[in-house]
Design a binder for this molecule. Structure first.
Ligand code: SAM
Length: 218
């Protein structure tokens, strides 16, 4: 099974041998994680029947029907406490992910690790993770026809973040990530044209410029 660079990086971040994959679609994440020996069991969930049927076929084709169970679930709604130690939520918009996290406040504290890959609005996802007692232990920024952030979060309360950290990623800044610098230069050029009549654009323009100054100082 050939999987994308994005999914390979997501799988590399898995640190526990049981996962729940929220919005599994084709079930590539749990199947590839099994093939790599990263996990022993998984629950592959989706809100829709169509993707789950495809997931089931792929799981059976790889002979993992005893290890990977499929389940219809809106976010974590049909997941029980203790069923997995890592949750993966990838390939969805940031606001959908925020909604899923907001609806899961009772079960989130029981996960040791969350691996989150929002397609956009990452500022709000990072902020919500922190508000729910998760700190970003690692973050990967990659380009494959698009920019992707992969967030590896653990339960931890004592990390301080400022607005710039939520907007661009504290770890990426600390690592002086060169791809992040390119991204920030591109984004500031785009935002420059709209920031005077769009408050949100102005906010992110300022935060991105502040982040770029950190690069200059290093
Ligand atoms: C673009 S696919 C991403 C598939 C895979 N996670 C990946 O990263 O490639 C998004 C999947 O999330 C599912 N989905 C959307 N909202 C969901 C929700 N609230 N709960 C569970 N699954 C959801 C969709 O049905 C779809 O199959």
């Amino acid at each position: 099974m050939k999987i994308s660079k994005r999914l390979r990086f997501i799988i590399n971040e898995i640190e526990n041998d049981s996962i729940v994959d929220i919005g599994t679609d084709h079930a590539y994440v749990p199947i590839a994680a099994m093939l790599k020996g990263k996990i022993k069991k998984a629950i592959a969930c989706d809100i829709k029947n169509g993707p789950l049927e495809i997931a089931k076929k792929n799981i059976v084709a790889h002979g993992f029907q005893n290890q990977i169970k499929t389940r219809i679930s809106n976010g974590f709604d049909n997941i029980l406490i203790g069923e997995a130690n890592t949750a993966v939520i990838s390939g969805m918009g940031g606001f959908i992910i925020c909604d899923i996290l907001n609806r899961a406040k009772n079960i989130l504290p029981f996960f040791e690790q969350l691996i989150i890959q929002p397609q956009n609005n990452i500022y709000y996802v990072r902020k919500l993770l922190h508000a729910n007692g998760f700190a970003i232990k690692n973050e990967i920024f990659l380009y494959q026809q698009n920019f992707y952030n992969i967030i590896n979060a653990h339960r931890e309360k004592d990390i301080l973040y400022d607005e710039k950290d939520y907007a661009v990623g504290k770890i990426l800044l600390q690592n002086n990530d060169t791809l992040l610098k390119k991204f920030l230069l591109l984004q500031t050029q785009k935002l420059l044209h709209i920031k005077n009549y769009n408050k949100e654009a102005d906010k992110f323009y300022k935060l991105y410029m502040e982040a770029l100054e950190c690069f200059v100082q290093k």
